[in-house]
Design a protein around this ligand. Structure first.
Ligand SMILES: Cc1ncc(COP(=O)(O)O)c(C=O)c1O
Length: 462
């Protein structure tokens, strides 16, 4: 068993301590861990995850969080501020997604705990709405292969069949004709991404919208990743960003994560509905409970007011001007990093991405590049089918010197990969795919390795 984190430096709590420790000591321990762990991404060498990376901004959000951290927003009579924050977060997100284009229904939204939370709520709403309005009893959801696994998780949890359409390998966006063949009278919704996680590319949302309208089903646009950056890219004239929001006929819901490019604290996202009736389909009521009449707007019960307050604070403190400024820096940085990739004929960028890109090689296993770059402190996300490495450009990469370091390290990594092309890359065994797909035995083996990895993360100290 791997050593327990920090066991050589700080006490390991195997049981609730009998006597409490002084607060200063506890905070000092927390600060030591946080400072060291932050140093990992502060270099700017880490893909995604730390979208803002600005400690002053984090301090401000933490102050906003702290004022309402202890408040339970389920008890709205005690905290009208929660209604203000939630309503305004939703209004601002609806505005960004051009809900003004909706004239025949009343747009609405939910604030959830993250991208997965928004996707779960969307699938639940579609399932219950389709059951109530169309009598759908064996629901299915039709999604591109690149759609985030949160859709599979939602289908698993809510008894919905997940149907997966292939993507065009050149564009890395969904093949709409192939997707159309999977739609039937039990389909509750289609899915498209703006942009998808693996390649950062945007599915043909207009075509999906036409299909959704033709077949009388919903269309969820997963803009968890792109929702708070692509609209500003469009305003800035960045090429390759077609409309993907409520301006597109047929789009019925959109997930857009405030805790990614919305620069809010972790634990918040928005789910936006063209029609309030669809949102209300997943409201939950137990009028006959002995504890009183129970209702909740979504899956969660008690929620912290801190998340609403800090998300609201992030949005109103940055404003459109702040988001646009950060977006400009990120798109420019991504373009520079992609130019460095394109300068190597051995490397190939997948599709036509804008702020998040992935690349592969037809000459060697790209995980050789990953192996080398890891030694230089870079942390990419590993992909498969084809093996590729992925970089979601965030604000830490916009710092001086980071793109230059990327270009230098990448050039050295390509040389290393050419020299070692006949060997098996180390990281490929962990992240890479197996040609021709997985046999049932291989899938079982990988599941057991993954279970072991999760057990190591979730263990109790021995
Ligand atoms: C496109 C997309 N959708 C959904 C998600 C899931 O978001 P979360 O990890 O916040 O649950 C992600 C996460 O990266 C994503 O990139």
């Amino acid at each position: 068993m791997a050593r327990f984190p920090y066991e050589d430096r700080f006490p390991v709590n195997r049981r609730l301590p009998e006597r409490g420790r002084p607060r200063e000591e506890v905070v000092a321990e927390l600060r030591a861990m946080a400072t060291e762990e932050d140093a990992f991404w502060e270099t700017g060498k880490c893909s995604g995850t730390m979208y803002c990376g600005d400690h002053e901004h984090y301090r401000f959000l933490t102050e906003a969080f702290g004022l309402f951290a202890h408040v339970n927003v389920l008890q709205r009579d005690m905290c009208p501020s929660a209604t203000k924050f939630e309503a305004e977060i939703i209004a601002m997100a609806l505005d960004l997604m051009h809900a003004e284009a909706v004239t025949d229904t009343e747009p609405a939204g939910l604030v959830t705990t993250g991208g997965t939370g928004s996707i779960l709520h969307a699938v639940l709403a579609y399932r219950d709405h389709a059951a109530a309005t169309r009598g759908v009893r064996q629901p299915n959801l039709v999604k591109p292969e690149t759609a985030h696994p949160a859709f599979d998780k939602a289908c698993h949890l809510f008894g919905v069949e997940a149907r997966t359409a292939p993507v065009d390998p050149d564009t890395t966006t969904v093949a709409v004709d192939a997707l159309a063949e999977l739609v039937d009278d039990q389909t509750i919704a289609l899915v498209g991404s703006a942009g998808n996680y693996p390649y950062g590319t945007i599915d043909p949302i207009a075509e999906l919208g036409e299909l959704a309208l033709e077949r009388g089903v919903g269309l969820h646009v997963d803009a968890c990743l792109g929702g708070f950056i692509l609209p500003f890219g469009e305003e800035l004239g960045v090429p390759g960003i077609p409309p993907f929001d409520f301006r597109v006929p047929g789009v019925t819901t959109i997930s857009a994560d405030t805790h990614k490019y919305g620069y809010a604290l972790k634990g918040s996202s928005t789910l936006l509905f063209r029609d309030k009736a669809l949102r209300n389909a997943q409201y939950f009521f137990v009028p006959g409970w002995s504890g009183g009449k129970y209702m909740s707007p979504g899956i969660e019960g008690s929620r912290s007011g801190g998340l609403l307050a800090s998300t609201w604070a992030a949005m109103v403190s940055l404003g459109r001007e702040g988001y646009r400024r950060y977006a400009r820096q990120i798109f420019d940085t991504a373009a520079e990093m992609m130019a460095a990739v394109r300068s190597h004929p051995e490397l190939r960028i997948l599709g036509r991405p804008t702020f998040c890109f992935s690349f592969t090689s037809d000459e060697f296993d790209i995980y050789h590049v990953n192996d080398f770059m890891r030694e230089r402190g870079w942390r990419f996300n590993g992909q498969q089918y084809p093996n590729a490495i992925h970089m979601a450009v965030t604000r830490p990469q916009t710092r001086p010197g980071v793109t230059e370091a990327f270009a230098t390290d990448l050039a050295d990594a390509v040389r290393y990969a050419l020299e070692h092309k006949d060997e098996t890359p180390f990281t490929g065994a962990i992240y890479g795919g197996v040609e021709g797909g997985l046999t049932a035995e291989a899938e079982e083996l990988i599941r057991s390795v993954m279970e072991d990895m999760l057990d190591k993360q979730m263990r109790v100290p021995s």
